[in-house]
Design a protein around this ligand. Structure first.
Ligand SMILES: Nc1ncnc2c1ncn2[C@@H]1O[C@H](COP(=O)(O)OP(=O)(O)OP(=O)(O)O)[C@@H](O)[C@H]1O
Ligand SMILES: [Mg+2]
Length: 388
């Protein structure tokens, strides 16, 4: 049972204000202010705060999965997972708060993970969250499985992905860590027009998100944000990402191992669109883009994605003029010439039929596998009709 422990809080917190004018701000007071503000935000979204005693009991269960920053727990019969932050130090406070706030902001938004509760310890520090459980990662559903997904299924996954990312941008943050393991898929009991099962995709893991609105940056930063930082929004400082490098544009891809050299500020929403472009390419082709270059070969990868001619060279090999056009809109060298997520959604809706048709004939062993999936679905439908 969920134990609701909302304190009777009013929204009168002044950002980073010391208790007395002469006392410098201490990490403790920052924790306190941010925790109270977070409790208000949770209440606004009707998400309960739970105490760490409940968490202790839940995490006696077997560990289900392990990320870099979180341990994920669930148990058979549980329809949710508990994500516990591994490092609870002051240095991770902003990331923990940010992840939780982003989950709250996307409550009830389609194609985004759905938070159920926030766990805090006896000092009101945030230690974890719980959310709905999803059955598999996009990697397992679309890339690791031996059977190929159908054209209709590819379109549905891509549509959900774009709707999900648009939802994040609409509520004021960019994901900044899109990859095939930060997207989860449930297979529903519905069927698509080609007889295949309807997948449903949601975006998870907001640990590297970037707020794009001034109010959020002011409300959720541990340090007082500088004027420079506030004035350049929605651009943010570029953090070179050594995680899933295939999804990074030329503006954020490290140039070599260990590269931490600061670059110009970047547009984090445009970075997301680049990542979405790579994911779309992977989903419909079942293969890695850029002729399968490995993301460990940073030099080669950078040479390709930093050159419009080489980008074109690889995109020209893709099956279907509309798929090529779609990729060209997302996979640009600089963010200025890149499509935004709303226009990308419009494009997808407008060219639905032609994209499905191009994606039905693209990919490994497509025809045989599609036939297999469809015939399985048809058999199941037939059985259902018999039992009605
Ligand atoms: N709601 C969920 N339902 C099912 N599995 C989940 C859920 N949330 C997370 N997982 C699993 O746990 C993994 C790690 O979760 P998550 O990506 O949130 O943690 P992380 O530590 O931030 O990861 P990363 O290593 O990507 O930084 C996911 O890739 C997924 O396999
Ligand atoms: Mg992750």
């Amino acid at each position: 049972m969920v134990k609701v422990i909302f304190a009777n809080i009013t929204n009168t917190i002044t950002p980073n204000t010391p208790d007395t004018p002469d006392t410098p701000d201490t990490p403790d007071s920052v924790v306190n202010i941010l925790s109270r503000r977070l409790a208000i935000e949770a209440e606004k979204h009707n998400v309960p705060l739970e105490s760490s005693d409940i968490l202790d009991r839940t995490i006696n269960q077997k560990k289900f999965s392990e990320g870099t920053f979180k341990s994920v727990y669930t148990a058979p019969g549980m329809d949710y997972v508990v994500q516990v932050f591994k490092d609870l130090s002051i240095s991770t406070l902003e990331a923990r708060i940010k992840e939780t706030v982003c989950c709250l902001k996307t409550k009830n938004l389609e194609n985004t993970c759905q938070i159920r509760s926030v766990y805090t310890d006896e000092n009101d520090d945030i230690i974890g969250i719980s959310m709905d459980k999803y059955s598999q990662t996009l990697k397992d559903f679309a890339f690791a499985s031996r059977s190929q997904i159908t054209g209709e299924q590819k379109y549905k996954l891509v549509l959900d992905l774009v709707k999900g990312v648009k939802g994040l941008h609409d509520v004021g943050f960019a994901h900044c860590d899109l990859s095939e393991v930060n997207l989860m898929v449930n297979v529903t009991s519905e069927y698509l027009p080609d007889g295949s099962e309807t997948p449903e995709l949601v975006v998870i893991d907001f640990g590297k998100a970037e707020f794009i609105n001034r109010d959020d940056v002011l409300a959720w930063s541990v340090d007082i944000p500088t004027n420079d930082r506030l004035e350049r929004l929605p651009l943010v400082e570029s953090r070179l990402d050594h995680g899933y490098k295939l999804y990074r544009s030329a503006e954020t891809l490290p140039r070599k191992r260990g590269d931490r050299d600061a670059r110009n500020p970047i547009d984090p929403c445009a970075e997301d669109v680049y990542g979405v472009g790579v994911l779309i390419w992977r989903i419909f082709s079942g293969q890695s883009p850029w002729g399968g270059v490995l993301d460990t070969d940073i030099r080669k990868l950078y040479e390709i994605i930093n050159n419009p001619q080489s980008i074109d060279f690889y995109i020209n090999k893709v099956n279907g003029a509309t798929s090529q056009e779609l990729l060209r809109k997302c996979l640009t060298v600089t963010s200025k010439s890149r499509i935004d997520i709303s226009s990308l959604l419009d494009f997808l809706l407008r060219y639905k039929n032609v994209l499905i048709s191009e994606w039905t004939t693209t990919g490994r062993k497509t025809k045989e596998a599609a036939k297999l999936k469809i015939s399985t679905a048809n058999k199941r439908n037939k059985r259902r009709r018999i039992f009605k």
